[in-house]
Design a protein around this ligand. Structure first.
Ligand code: NOJ
Length: 543
């Protein structure tokens, strides 16, 4: 069957955090040459698109999310020549490449900001959001990290606005010159052939033109999928503005003239209505947005059933849902499963077999665990703000304040620093066993790495899994999630057992097994599913 759907609606995404993937020069920090050396393994795993967290020039205060030059490679990671080679080698392997684009803010060391803050008359003054005088804050807006968004600067006796940390001043998109400058940056990378952008805190791009105060709220803690009401404030006027929804369309239009048909995936948060506004009422906004419901999953069949059904209701085709279990800002999901690899297999199978884009964070495929670094010793700027909050308390409150813990070096093999670096790693590798490493897991057919490999390849090779619609089915046991993917007369039927007990399901006659994991057995038309196991079969639609 011919595969006609746009490529980005069918892809699978693997996120690399360059700091922690592979160091090639012994300085303890991952780099582009290191990644180049690992491309064959990424290809072997079956990855279709790689998203890189930023490697542009940056002071590194927020580990690259504070950019001081959007068209230069930070020397920590290598040179532009390395980057060109990386793009070429990735494409040679028929993999696509997505860069992280931080459009909302720059570093306070970016030449635009240095100029902007130098005087009120400077040509770049309006590149950022400045408000008049005194040490009093111009309005009540709270940033996404819970502090006032206003930062007083004595050079000109005015305050600039930052919706994240104070060294990340927000750009002013009401100034056409800012838009033009940022579109030039996108063009620079698109001409180099990159296939898309992950847009950092895109929900924050525009702020209210008349700087109205935000109303109050009873809610204090934000969640990964809701920043709009937090720190006792409804963020009506500094997040999710209609102008940002409109801008999503402009960016989409701008990039769509490129022949590689690039796409945008937005980091936005909020209600489904907000997410849909970013995607556009005619699906003409951001191509995809991250959906973070899986960040706080309940490990039970019904949670996943409801999520599938909700996504079909709210984001039916041509919209494409995304399934995200973790990233460089969130506690690793394997820790939320108490390290139970059987459960990780069930979750990842859901992620890859549902209709939508699976987004895998490096290390998830080997059950890379969280670190235990307290915020007191944290390098993460969020940890630095919360030095005295002990790890147990943040865990108890369900808040995540030392992101170092999900950014630990990749575990490649049983050698010095797990093969990550010959130097002193920027974050500790921690203790590990042979079976925690990629090399070891590759040789064990039941390992998580091999499960992920099977899933990546299964999706890659199945037009039904890539393009088919989805519908949930009833199962014989409440712990079993059953759903079908349908395309033409072909059906992939999926069973996932989230429970401890062995169950039995009837499989349609003439079904061909596609993939099974955990303890499963077929017995004359029935499928026995052991605890935390799953199976997928190919069958034909009944006339
Ligand atoms: C979201 C990114 O994922 C995070 O790592 C970063 O600190 C903030 N945006 C600011 O850019």
């Amino acid at each position: 069957m011919e595969n006609k759907m746009e490529w980005w609606k069918q892809t699978s995404i693997y996120q690399i955090y360059p700091w922690s993937f592979q160091d090639s020069n012994g300085d303890g920090i991952g780099d582009l040459k290191g990644i180049l050396g690992r491309l064959d393994q990424i290809q072997d795993l079956g990855v279709e698109t790689i998203w890189f967290s930023p490697f542009y020039r940056s002071p590194g205060e927020d580990f690259g999310y504070d950019i001081s030059d959007y068209t230069a490679i930070d020397p920590r990671f290598g040179t532009m020549e390395d980057c060109d080679k990386l793009i070429k080698e990735i494409h040679k392997r028929k993999i696509r490449i997505v860069l992280d684009m931080v459009m909302n803010h720059t570093s306070d060391q970016h030449p635009w900001f240095l100029e902007s803050k130098s005087s009120k008359e400077n040509a770049k003054r309006d590149f950022y959001i400045w408000r008049k005088g005194t040490k009093r804050t111009p309005n009540n807006w709270i940033s996404m990290v819970g502090t006032s968004g206003w930062n007083y600067d004595k050079t000109t006796d005015e305050s600039y606005y930052s919706n994240f940390l104070s060294f990340q001043p927000d750009l002013n998109y009401r100034n056409p010159k800012v838009k033009k400058a940022m579109f030039d940056v996108l063009d620079f990378w698109l001409r180099k052939g990159v296939d898309g952008f992950r847009l950092d805190i895109f929900n924050s791009i525009y702020k209210d033109e008349s700087f109205r105060d935000n109303p109050s709220s009873l809610r204090y803690f934000p969640t990964p999928d809701n920043h709009d009401e937090a720190f006792f404030q409804k963020k009506l006027y500094n997040l999710n503005l209609p102008e940002s929804f409109q801008f999503a369309k402009e960016v989409r239009k701008h990039i769509s003239k490129y022949k590689q048909k690039p796409f945008l995936i937005g980091e936005v948060s909020g209600s489904d209505k907000v997410l849909k506004s970013f995607l556009g009422e005619k699906a003409d906004g951001l191509n995809l947005v991250f959906q973070f419901e899986l960040i706080h999953f309940d490990y039970e069949a019904n949670f996943f059933k409801e999520l599938l059904e909700k996504n079909e209701r709210v984001f039916p085709a041509p919209y494409t849902p995304t399934y995200v279990l973790g990233n460089h800002d969130q506690r690793r999901y394997i820790d939320r499963l108490g390290g139970d690899v059987r459960k990780a297999k069930v979750l990842s199978a859901f992620q890859f077999l549902a209709r939508g884009i699976p987004v895998v964070y490096y290390g998830e495929e080997i059950a890379r665990k969280e670190g235990k670094i307290s915020s007191f010793f944290g390098k993460d700027p969020i940890a630095k703000m919360n030095r005295l909050v002990p790890l147990f308390l943040s865990n108890l409150l369900g808040i995540y304040i030392n992101r170092d813990n999900c950014r630990l070096p990749m575990l490649w093999e049983m050698s010095q620093n797990a093969g990550f670096s010959k130097g002193n790693p920027w974050l500790p590798v921690g203790t590990f066993q042979p079976e925690d490493t990629v090399l070891h897991q590759k040789t064990n057919k039941d390992s998580l790495w091999n499960h992920y490999k099977a899933l990546f390849h299964l999706r890659k090779g199945s037009v039904v899994l890539k393009e088919g619609s989805v519908r949930t089915k009833s199962s014989t046991h409440p712990d079993v999630l059953c759903f079908e993917r349908v395309l033409g007369d072909k059906v992939v039927i999926v069973y996932l057992n989230f429970g401890e007990t062995e169950t039995q399901e009837v499989i349609p006659k003439g079904s061909k097994p596609l993939y099974q994991f955990g303890r499963t057995k077929e017995l004359g038309g029935a499928l026995q599913l052991g605890s935390h196991s799953g199976a997928a079969f190919l069958t034909k639609l009944k006339k």
